[in-house]
Design a protein around this ligand. Structure first.
Ligand SMILES: [Zn+2]
Length: 443
């Protein structure tokens, strides 16, 4: 009843159209610093449903415990935060305060996004609470038949742990606090936790967290598909994913686990569970189809990017023609590969001539805006930069019609080309002679 398949050959324009036609089209993101590609998708009008259970250390690609702004990382948690050193425990962004009693980490990162993109930014708790009575029925069935699916607990200090059974009750413990829960209160507690989560994401001021039972990952995913059905009907669900999701979500074991949850629920709640869920995962990370408005360096990078795209197009076309011609008139020709290689070299030389001045421009800006960054480590351009600039993301319309699979290939090609050219065409000496300084990575 459940299929989850990757969907590479789809464009941003397709997704915009599918959304208009009433499909569920969402990115699932985390509460943290958002890099360029997420900002571009929001700018293109694609909504984001943030996963509530964002963990401060584990969801490292968003570096939630600091604010990334102006190429710097500013720590957001006080010295006394119970998570001063990195460990494997799950500390939730919604429960850690940047200003005690006023603002949570989740709220801090969400506020500028909501200001810029309004209702395109939402969260699982917010969406599920719109269907509270349905969700109550789901959680009650789970409490009765498969309580382990509600087996996590969030303590008020912000630690998420697995509960254990002890003397007829469920017990949750972390290094800072503990709680006991009667089995019969499981569903009610889990509904309360989601309501609390929404509050901590969107309006935490003055709220004192109580914590409570929390649904496990399998149920989180199953509930997302149920919500999609309640809200959009039985159409295919499009999920724009980060690098992790495509890896696990299409594996047969994972699909089977989620399917079992849906089957259990369908048995008891046939009206609330569709007989079929068709989910399509769109890998949406390695691409750029725009840049922050008014940023000259970013613009220069995108111009180079665009030229490579065109040159590659011409190259491919040219090679195809040559190949056909040769095969038609002399299929036995042994030197085919060599003729093609000559052509490739010619084209590469032409390509380098066009790109080298552009690359020199890019390099002279330094690394304040970088096309390629490691989101778990680097200080990239974030929503905090964008909000502060009062500007928006500039989108190059033509790219919206290029499938994600090709967008990511362009990105790879661009990277290897820049690496090659910076080594071969613009040696450091030459940059220094032209007064463009030394490449930062050589320091
Ligand atoms: Zn704790």
């Amino acid at each position: 009843m459940l299929t989850i398949s990757p969907c590479y050959d789809i464009t941003v324009r397709d997704l915009q159209r599918l959304r208009k036609e009433g499909h569920c089209v969402y990115r699932s993101s985390h509460a943290g610093n958002w890099s360029l590609y997420k900002l571009l998708l929001s700018e293109a009008g694609l909504p984001d449903c943030i996963w509530d259970a964002t963990c401060i250390h584990r969801d490292v690609n968003n570096q939630p415990r600091c604010q990334i702004i102006a190429g710097r990382k500013i720590p957001l948690l006080g010295e006394d935060a119970p998570i001063s050193k990195v460990d494997s425990k799950k500390y939730l962004t919604a429960y850690h305060w940047t200003k005690p009693g006023e603002e949570t980490l989740a709220r801090f990162h969400l506020a500028p996004l909501q200001k810029m993109y309004g209702d395109l930014i939402t969260s699982q708790s917010r969406e599920l609470m719109k269907f509270k009575s349905n969700l109550q029925k789901v959680f009650e069935i789970v409490e009765k038949h498969e309580p382990r699916l509600l087996g996590r607990y969030i303590l008020p200090c912000g630690c998420m742990v697995n509960m254990v059974s002890q003397q007829g009750a469920l017990v949750a413990e972390c290094a800072h606090s503990g709680a006991r829960l009667d089995h019969k209160d499981l569903a009610e507690s889990a509904i309360g936790t989601l309501a609390e989560m929404e509050r901590l994401f969107f309006d935490p001021k003055g709220y004192v967290p109580k914590g409570g039972a929390f649904y496990t990952f399998e149920l989180v995913v199953a509930c997302y598909y149920l919500w999609a059905y309640w809200r959009f009907g039985g159409r295919a669900v499009y999920e724009l994913s980060g690098p992790d999701m495509l890896g696990y979500a299409t594996k047969q074991d994972f699909v089977k686990k989620i399917e079992n949850v849906l089957l259990l629920l369908r048995k008891h709640l046939p009206d609330l569970v569709p007989h079929r869920v068709d989910a399509k995962i769109v890998p949406a990370t390695a691409f750029r189809f725009g840049y922050p408005e008014g940023n000259d360096q970013a613009k220069a990078v995108m111009i180079a990017h665009d030229k490579i795209l065109r040159i590659q197009g011409v190259k491919r076309e040219h090679l195809e023609v040559r190949r056909k011609e040769l095969l038609e008139c002399a299929p036995e020709l042994q030197s085919l590969q060599c003729v093609i290689n000559d052509k490739v070299d010619d084209i590469h030389r032409a390509c380098d001539r066009v790109l080298s001045p552009l690359l020199a421009t890019i390099k002279c800006f330094g690394r304040s805006w970088d096309l390629f960054h490691n989101p778990s480590r680097d200080a990239f351009f974030s929503q905090h930069d964008l909000a502060q600039s009062g500007k928006k993301m500039e989108i190059l319309e033509g790219y919206l019609d290029v499938p994600f699979s090709i967008l990511s290939r362009i990105m790879e090609c661009h990277k290897s080309r820049i690496d090659k050219l910076t080594r071969a065409i613009i040696p450091e000496r030459q940059l220094v002679d032209r007064g463009l300084g030394v490449l930062p990575h050589s320091r």
